[in-house]
Design a protein around this ligand. Structure first.
Ligand SMILES: *[C@@H]1O[C@H](CO)[C@@H](O)[C@H](O)[C@H]1NC(C)=O
Ligand SMILES: *[C@@H]1O[C@H](CO)[C@@H](O)[C@H](O)[C@H]1NC(C)=O
Length: 252
């Protein structure tokens, strides 16, 4: 658990750092999203320099999709140790989608559908909470990461949500989880998972630009970072090449 605690604290550090950089108007985004709202966050210079590094953002990002279950150990490991760290480093050149469902089963011909999960009811609840959070918040990945890296995925959900979405009532999420919206979102995940070609045989199941092969899965699970760097067709960011990068340093 030491590694996940470390990563959790790292996430926490980013939050603290962002609050320190608040000039007059509050920046309501974590650092990974700063350049989408650079003006609000007072980091225009930082974002301008990043562009000047030679990133050709007209090239399409590498699309990484993870089909997973909230309580499956291999899924948690991939999400926490590969997917999230890679996204933090390479967010300019990759796009991530998360589809919680995996080996779950859906029954019923019309809504509300019934779901059964490999790791029991708690797993269905975890899948549903995550699907709802992804639907209800704009930047949900830190929250999902926080849950999946914690000791107890379900018990940590509210704390993790509130850490990143302090202004949204947790009841909004639970209303989704218990209601039609959650059911509809999970049904959509079931359809997406069933539409996989080739069909998934295990979880975590990774697709890269919509494609799954044993080779891609193996490369993604050993170093997703290197895989994304190698597949990106535009000018590689400094994180991929080790090229010198201007850093906006502050002294005192
Ligand atoms: C960026 O990449 C696209 C597609 O590869 C290319 O057409 C375009 O000329 C590039 N732009 C710059 C500024 O390098
Ligand atoms: C949330 O779910 C609703 C209903 O399925 C959908 O119309 C909407 O686009 C979703 N929003 C996001 C951000 O995914």
């Amino acid at each position: 658990m030491n590694v996940s605690l470390g990563l959790f604290l790292l996430g926490f550090y980013f939050v603290l750092e962002s609050s320190e950089c608040r000039p007059s108007s509050p920046c309501l985004y974590p650092p990974a999203q700063w350049c989408r709202s650079a003006e609000k966050c007072g980091v225009q210079k930082h974002c301008f320099e990043q562009k000047a590094d030679g990133l050709n953002q007209t090239d399409s990002p590498v699309e990484v999709a993870l089909y997973y279950e909230s309580l499956c150990p291999g899924c948690r490991q991939f999400l926490v140790l590969q997917l999230y760290p890679t996204l933090l480093m390479l967010h300019d050149i990759m796009a991530v989608s998360l589809v919680p469902f995996g080996n779950a089963q859906e029954s019923g011909q019309k809504p509300p559908y019934t779901f059964t999960c490999q790791h029991g009811e708690d797993e269905c609840l975890g899948n549903m909470i995550e699907a709802c959070i992804m639907n209800l918040t704009q930047f949900s990945f830190p929250i999902i990461y926080c849950m999946e890296s914690s000791e107890d995925v379900i018990k940590s959900a509210q704390v993790c949500f509130q850490l990143y979405e302090s202004k949204v009532d947790w009841n909004t999420v639970m209303t989704c989880v218990k209601g039609d919206l959650g059911n509809q979102l999970m049904h959509a995940n079931a359809l997406m998972t069933q539409a996989l070609n080739p069909p998934h045989q295990y979880v975590p199941w990774v697709t890269i630009n919509g494609e799954h092969t044993d080779d891609l899965e193996q490369k993604a699970t050993s170093s997703l970072f290197m895989l994304v760097c190698s597949l990106y067709k535009g000018a590689k960011p400094a994180a991929c090449t080790g090229a010198a990068k201007k850093v906006d340093r502050s002294y005192l």
